[in-house]
Design a protein around this ligand. Structure first.
Ligand SMILES: CCc1cc(Oc2ccnc(N(Cc3cccc(OC(F)(F)C(F)F)c3)C[C@@H](O)C(F)(F)F)n2)ccc1Cl
Length: 462
């Protein structure tokens, strides 16, 4: 990471221990996959035995046959690793054992029989979260296998005793090395596959058309006793625009530890997405005649209202909710038989709304908590002099009263379907919260915050 003091963190994802326990339920599947996908190379060697001279042996075509896993535990080691302990993996391997020895008179005896090896193993994996090419990488090279049992069963029972002895003393040592090497290599591959999958899915999640978000890491992933978290740049990817970010406002105390999963977005990230939506001409709404219904029964047989942002909306997250400020234009066009369509009403307003958002039953809900409208420009071209005052005043009222709720009622489903197109509705999210204020300090966090501030407090007092 460039050594600049500038902290480029725009998005933070925090996963607390309860979430890791849920993910840990999948560990057994992952370890089973690792054992099954691993390849077990042939093992051969020779050993000079007393009385027997030189014995050569080979284990070939080793296949895993039966596999079960008792349970696994996960623990976060502060500033170090995610420790995963998998207890009692019982695995059986099958293959062919061929052995031979050259007797005293150069008589070479060779023999091959099928074997089965029963093993019970404990695994300990201390996965370290690294950053590789701006992506979260899992380094699982700290991978240990403890063999509690490794017994060889030879087909048939009339086998020389020395073979068992050879296996017990020597072959099993080599076998343990091979198993450890192959299984740990496979686990590392799977961990990297999972990290890449999440990164790619996440990048896709935050991409729509020409608008995307650079979620490469802004700093190394963090592991604390009760959570792990990744810090992402959150820079806007839109055509050749590059938004300059000022110092990030993220602080770990912004997120508590009472939920399973947190996603923190800086105001700047939301503003750059609003800017891209504006530049991509997505902040335009056209409402057709029948939806308007204001001119039903008049001499005009159709009408069209158009609402659009004149400036990129400014978004700030406050305790009251999400404050969105933008200058907005409203234009009303009437069509009448045979005549040219005429723009009868045009106005520009500085609109500031306070929105409280929620995610309920897999739908985004936007609640208008407050709105302030400052009229800027107003033009009305209704020729019927008499009533145009009242009509134009009437239109003003309509826009002010119905305009904002109408726009919100269309943004809501649009954002919901955008998120569903990314598969969000496939997740069963329990009691999600969208928080636009600094969360009230949990007691724990409060104590920790005071403890952390202690030295500065003492210093400033002194
Ligand atoms: C979509 C959530 C998200 C993921 C991001 O990128 C990454 C990349 C690598 N790991 C993570 N982690 C966070 C995370 C948690 C839960 C699910 C998830 O991805 C997904 F399931 F939502 C789907 F996109 F695959 C991503 C994990 C990282 O925080 C940790 F824990 F490894 F440190 N996020 C960046 C921003 C956002 Cl909003």
């Amino acid at each position: 990471f460039e050594e600049s003091s500038l902290n480029l963190t725009g998005i933070v994802c925090r996963m607390t221990k309860p979430a890791a326990f849920v993910l840990n339920q999948q560990t057994a599947q992952v370890i089973q996959a690792a054992f099954r996908h691993a390849t077990y190379p042939d093992i051969s060697g020779e050993k000079s035995m007393a009385f027997l001279g030189k014995v050569t042996y080979g284990l070939t075509n080793i296949q895993i046959n039966d596999l079960s896993i008792e349970n696994s535990e996960v623990d976060f080691k502060e500033d170090d690793a995610i420790d995963i302990a998998i207890q009692n993996v019982t695995a059986s391997f099958k293959g062919t054992l061929s052995y031979g020895y050259t007797g005293a008179w150069f008589v070479k005896l060779t023999h091959s029989i099928d074997f089965e090896i029963e093993s019970s193993i404990d695994l300990q994996i201390n996965a370290k979260l690294k950053c590789a090419k701006g992506r979260v990488a899992a380094d699982t090279s700290d991978c240990y296998l403890t063999f509690y049992k490794l017994t060889l069963h030879l087909q048939g029972d009339k086998q020389p005793g020395w073979l068992k002895q050879l296996f017990t003393d020597f072959i099993s040592f080599t076998l343990k090395l091979v198993l450890k090497g192959q299984v740990c290599k496979e686990i590392n591959l799977l961990a990297q596959l999972l990290a890449d999958f999440i990164q790619d899915r996440a990048a896709n999640f935050l991409q729509d058309g020409a608008i995307g978000v650079d979620i490469s890491l802004a700093s190394f992933p963090v592991i604390k006793a009760n959570y792990m978290e990744s810090h992402h740049k959150g820079l806007l990817l839109y055509k050749n625009y590059s938004v300059v970010f000022s110092d990030s406002m993220f602080a770990p105390s912004l997120l508590s530890e009472s939920r399973m999963l947190y996603f923190w977005f800086s105001d700047q990230v939301l503003n750059s997405l609003a800017l891209a939506a504006f530049l991509d001409e997505r902040l335009v709404l056209t409402i057709t005649g029948e939806e308007l219904r204001i001119f039903q029964g008049t001499s005009y047989n159709d009408s069209l209202a158009k609402v659009w942002s004149l400036t990129p909306p400014q978004i700030t997250l406050q305790p009251e909710g999400t404050i969105v400020r933008s200058s907005v234009a409203v234009e009303l066009t009437l069509f009448s038989q045979g005549a040219e369509p005429t723009v009868v009403f045009y106005s520009e307003k500085e609109v500031t709304v306070t929105i409280q958002s929620a995610y309920v039953e897999k739908k985004l809900v936007l609640h208008l908590a407050d709105s302030v409208i400052e009229p800027k420009v107003f033009k009305c071209a209704l020729e019927r002099a008499g009533d145009d005052k009242s009509l134009s005043h009437f239109l003003q009222r309509i826009i002010s009263v119905a305009g904002i709720p109408e726009v919100i009622s269309r943004i809501e489903p649009a954002l919901t379907s955008l998120m569903n197109s990314k598969g969000l509705n496939l997740f069963e999210i329990k009691n999600p919260e969208i928080i636009t204020k600094e969360p009230k300090m949990e007691d724990m966090d409060l104590q920790r915050a005071i403890a952390n501030a202690q030295p500065q407090l003492v210093e400033s007092l002194s």
